[in-house]
Structures are given as structure tokens and as C-alpha cells.
Design a protein around this ligand. Sequence first.
Ligand code: SF4
Ligand code: SF4
Length: 118
Amino acid sequence: MATWKCVKQCGACCHLDPEERPDIAEYLTPEELALYLSMVGEGGWCINYDHLRRECKIYPNRPRFCRVEPEIFLDMYGIEPEEVNDFAIECCEQQISGVYGDRSLEMVRFSREVSREW
Ligand code: SF4
Ligand code: SF4
């Protein structure tokens, strides 16, 4: 079974362009939506994303909506804990495909990492 994990140096979900996420207002509180929009920088990328290192500059303090955690997914999307794994994989695939393409190196790396059995 594929197991979700965040693949290092991916960053696809840090591309926040609201035009590509038309339904964000449905799952963010008004305060979170304001925060989200304040984080959108050049080219739709999060202002906290370090393009050189390809990682979050505020990772320990990143907002709730950046976190893949069962209680947050239940609260934000109504996803039950047992469905979080599949849902998170789908979200990453969609985001990676939209940002880098479905044949990108990032997609290859993600697919390889999540399907690896340890
Ligand atoms: S899209 Fe998925 S794998 Fe890529 S940085 Fe975001 S959480 Fe990690
Ligand atoms: S705060 Fe960090 S994890 Fe969240 S979108 Fe920005 S760079 Fe990505």
C-alpha cells in the first residue's frame, strides 16, 4: 500500500496561486484566508518558500493549512483519519502535476517515495 510522505525539495504545495485553488474560501476561516492571500508572492509562490533550498523558511511555524495532520484534515476537509493517507497522496499528485507536470522529476520522485515499502 502506498504511504504518504512529503518528499524533500518538492515544494509544489508552496505554489499558492489562488486562481489554481478556486475553492480555498470553502475550507479556510476568514482569518486563514487573509493570511493565505498575504503569503502569495511572485509567480504565485509563497513568500516563505526558499527557492534555492526548495524548502519552507518557517517550517516549524507554518500555518495550519500547510500541515498534513489527521485532526486538521478532519476539521478543514471533513476527511476521516483512515482516509487521510489516500487523500494526502491525491492532493500532492494534483499539486505536483499542476506545478511541475505529471511527467516531471518531482512526480517521479513522489511516486517512487510513497510506494516504497520499508
Ligand atoms: S506537494 Fe506533497 S510532496 Fe510536495 S512539498 Fe507538498 S506535501 Fe511535500
Ligand atoms: S508557509 Fe511554508 S509550507 Fe506553507 S506554503 Fe509557505 S513555504 Fe510552503
